[in-house]
Design a protein around this ligand. Structure first.
Ligand code: NDP
Length: 247
């Protein structure tokens, strides 16, 4: 029970990687604010956690790209739980297309969701975390933010941006005993990757040294480690959880 008496806020907790992170932190004792764009998805995961442990989770629906909406939900979460010890900025989307043809709307939607959303949620809880003089912030980036990928300039820029955000925030908050790290997943089986053709999936898989795609639980394990006491001397780092794609 590494997270007993701790409160975690997980964005994009409704499905995929975020759901696995919320369930894992709850399983290890945390109470969890489950944030998703869709109320029903947030509620489904919160209900699942509450079935494990009564009153351990609450659902919140907000578009992370809506800065003022995020400030309101952040304040509600602090009211409901009294504090946030662990913030996981996981909500993310793709809107792929070649840069030559990409609409400004697709560019902005991805940047505002993946990058500005993390800034907005961080800003909503940072004062309280600073006063606590302890905390963990974990941003879910991507190996694409390190390597780039044709057809994903918007996504790669948002994920590389998250890495710069992580390192700068780590420097700002280190003196307050708050660590800030990023996890860079490789190819993880979720709704986000479900739509890719078998051909693309096979090509990707052939480039993974460990020879298989990852699971949401693989990412949840890395997040749980970075959120734990054992990771107290680690800050400003990017942990690739990718079967060896980046090395
Ligand atoms: P999914 O598409 O399976 O789930 C995304 C989650 O984010 C959903 O819960 C969704 O909410 C939420 N979300 C999306 N947009 C918003 C928004 N504007 N406001 C609030 N919540 C939002 O994605 P994954 O689980 O695969 O990805 C999670 C994170 O991991 C993302 O940041 C992604 O970029 C990153 N990642 C994923 C990889 C992969 O291979 N899957 C690889 C590298 C990084 P709702 O359920 O309500 O729609």
């Amino acid at each position: 029970m590494r997270f007993e008496n701790q409160v975690a806020l997980v964005t994009g907790a409704g499905r995929g990687i975020g759901a696995a992170i919320a369930l894992r932190l709850a399983d290890e004792g945390a109470r969890v604010a489950c944030v998703s764009r869709t109320e029903a998805n947030a509620k489904r995961i919160a209900d699942q956690i509450n079935a494990m442990r009564a009153d351990a989770a609450r659902p919140y629906a907000v578009d992370v790209a809506n800065h003022s909406g995020v400030q309101k939900v952040g304040a509600r979460i602090l009211d409901d739980f009294g504090k946030v010890d662990i913030l996981v900025n996981n909500a993310g989307i793709t809107r792929d297309g070649l840069a030559m043809r990409m609409s400004v709307e697709d560019w902005e939607t991805v940047i505002n969701t993946n990058l500005r959303g993390a800034f907005s949620f961080t800003q909503s809880i940072i004062r309280v975390m600073t006063k606590q003089r302890s905390g963990r912030i974990i941003n879910i980036s991507s190996v694409i933010g390190l390597m780039g990928n044709a057809g994903q300039t918007n996504y790669a820029a948002s994920k590389a941006g998250l890495i710069g955000f992580t390192k700068s925030l780590a420097r700002e908050l280190a003196s307050r005993n708050i660590t800030v790290n990023a996890v860079a997943p490789g190819f993880i089986t979720t709704d986000m990757t479900a739509g890719l053709s078998d051909e693309i999936k096979n090509t990707i898989q052939s480039k993974i040294p460990l020879g298989k795609t990852g699971t949401p639980e693989d990412i949840a394990s890395a997040v749980a480690f970075l959120a734990s006491e054992e990771a107290g001397y680690i800050t400003g780092q990017v942990l690739c959880v990718d079967g060896g794609i980046v090395m």
